[in-house]
Design a protein around this ligand. Structure first.
Ligand SMILES: NC(=O)c1ccc[n+]([C@@H]2O[C@H](COP(=O)([O-])OP(=O)(O)OC[C@H]3O[C@@H](n4cnc5c(N)ncnc54)[C@H](O)[C@@H]3O)[C@@H](O)[C@H]2O)c1
Length: 248
């Protein structure tokens, strides 16, 4: 029971990495405030966690809207009285084009969800955690937070931004008890990959030295460690979890 008594807010919790993290955290005794734009899948997950005896709330919130992030934190405090852990995980892949042809509307959308969404999250999570005197924030970036990837400029730029934003927040708040870190998964088997070209997807396996793509549960294990009191000296860091991708 690594997270017994802790209150954790997870964005983009209805699917993939967020869903696996919610299930793992529930099993470790966390009380969960789950947000997503997909109400049906979010409520389905909530029922599953409740059936296992977990304490959980689902709240529909779009990370690209600052008012939704503000409301998410306010509702967390109303329901649970505090906020200990925030996993800013919601993200989209965006369309695939070279920079010179990238649709401006697609760029704006990816930056709004994947980068501004993380800022909006922390903007309201941090004041709540300061009241608490402690907290752990983990922002889900990507390997593409540290290297490029052709035809995915908006995603790559947003994820690089998340890594920098996390480091800045860590400098500002670590001495006040709030640890801020980011993680960098390589390609993980979740619905996020559904729009990728099939040939590209099979080539991608070969660029992971471990010889396969990752599982969302494997990322959840890293998030658990960073969120827990086992990682009390860890802040301002970026943790790839990538089957060796970045070692090449
Ligand atoms: N799957 C991968 O290969 C991979 C690799 C590196 C990083 N990531 C990152 O991990 C995070 C989770 O991705 P995943 O692979 O689990 O994808 P996923 O598509 O399975 O889950 C993402 C969830 O975010 C939700 N979401 C989308 N837009 C939202 C918004 N505006 N507001 C709130 N919720 C929103 C979706 O409804 C979905 O439930 C993302 O930030 C993604 O960029 C994924």
């Amino acid at each position: 029971m690594e997270l017994k008594g802790k209150v954790a807010l997870i964005t983009g919790a209805a699917s993939g990495i967020g869903e696996s993290t919610a299930l793992l955290f529930a099993g470790e005794g966390a009380r969960l405030f789950l947000t997503d734009i997909d109400t049906e899948k979010g409520e389905e997950l909530t029922r599953k966690i409740e059936q296992k005896g977990g304490e959980v709330v689902f709240f529909k919130a779009d990370t690209s809207k600052s008012e939704d992030s503000e409301r998410s934190v306010a509702e967390t405090l109303k329901r649970f009285g505090k906020l200990d852990i925030a996993i800013n995980n919601a993200g989209i892949g965006g369309s695939q084009h070279p920079v010179g042809e990238y649709p401006v509307a697609d760029w704006d959308k990816v930056i709004a969800v994947n980068l501004s969404g993380v800022f909006y999250g922390m903007r309201y999570q941090i004041p709540a955690m300061l009241n608490n005197g402690n907290g752990s924030i983990i922002n889900v970036a990507s390997i593409l937070g540290s290297v490029g990837f052709a035809n995915s400029a908006a995603y790559v730029a947003a994820k690089h931004g998340v890594v920098g934003l996390s480091k800045s927040a860590a400098l500002e708040y670590s001495a006040k008890g709030i640890r801020v870190n980011s993680v960098g998964p390589a390609f993980i088997k979740t619905p996020l990959l559904k729009d990728l070209d099939k040939d590209l997807l099979s080539q991608l396996v070969n660029v992971h030295p471990i010889g396969r793509l990752g599982e969302p549960q494997e990322v959840a294990e890293l998030l658990l460690w960073l969120a827990s009191d086992r990682a009390t000296f860890v802040t301002g860091s970026y943790y790839p979890i990538d089957g060796g991708y970045l070692a090449q």
